[in-house]
Design a protein around this ligand. Structure first.
Ligand SMILES: C[S@@+](CC[C@H](N)C(=O)[O-])C[C@H]1O[C@@H](n2cnc3c(N)ncnc32)[C@H](O)[C@@H]1O
Length: 197
């Protein structure tokens, strides 16, 4: 795969994910990847990008269902944990990915969109690196639920710089780039925004 190194951004020193990287997987627990597999239509050929994939907690379980997995994240310490999981960690801003156009068959973003610096730009660059016919699935806490509104407030008070968006707002961001998106939810507090390019 050809990569173009377009990243010329000064990384922040240590963020809160660096600080909790050593306990992150135990803190959050193992993922339930059943719904993701279904929405991503796995197994498939080609490469999967896990955007803001951190320690590889989620995509490690999808490794056998694609040709290869790349985890892109900003936190060096989270990526060090991913190294042990037979995935390919790449340190980069999601808003400016160091990959050529249309090189991933599948992209997932789990519980990370609200942590990105610029959600609109992140979605634009994720769509750029997605192959035509490929799928992008964004999993986010559903801001339409009261408990998620409380979580958003708590993260604000903890100065975590997160910006939660309701699923319909995320869909609008996708649509502003000329693609349509579907919203799925589990009837509780998780929503998935699914894009077929
Ligand atoms: C809550 S963690 C989720 C990690 C993983 N997706 C999971 O579910 O286990 C959010 C991740 O987003 C990463 N992140 C935050 N802002 C980012 C950015 N602008 N570019 C790339 N990664 C970013 C953080 O370093 C962190 O690893």
């Amino acid at each position: 795969m050809t990569t173009i190194f377009r990243v010329s951004i000064i990384f922040p020193m240590l963020d809160h994910f660096d600080l909790i990287a050593s306990i992150y997987d135990r803190l959050i627990g193992p993922p339930d990847t059943g719904r993701l597999q279904q929405l991503l239509q796995l197994p498939t050929t080609g490469w999967l990008l896990d955007g803001g994939g951190g320690t590889g907690r989620v995509s490690y379980h999808l490794n056998a269902l694609v040709d290869n997995v790349v985890i892109s994240d900003l936190s060096e310490h989270m990526l060090k944990k991913a190294l042990a999981k037979q995935v390919n960690p790449v340190r980069a801003h999601i808003e400016c990915l160091p990959f050529s156009d249309a090189c991933f068959s599948r992209i997932l973003v789990v519980d990370a969109l609200h942590h990105f610096c610029d959600q609109q730009k992140a979605i634009e660059d994720l769509l750029r690196v997605l192959k035509p016919g490929g799928r992008l699935v964004i999993e986010e806490p559903d801001l339409n639920h009261k408990s998620v509104k409380v979580l958003a407030l708590v993260e604000k008070m903890l100065l975590m710089r997160s910006h939660f968006y309701a699923p319909q707002d995320i869909r609008e961001m996708v649509e502003s780039h000329g693609y349509s998106a579907a919203i799925e939810n589990d009837g509780r507090y998780t929503a998935w925004i699914v894009v077929e390019k």
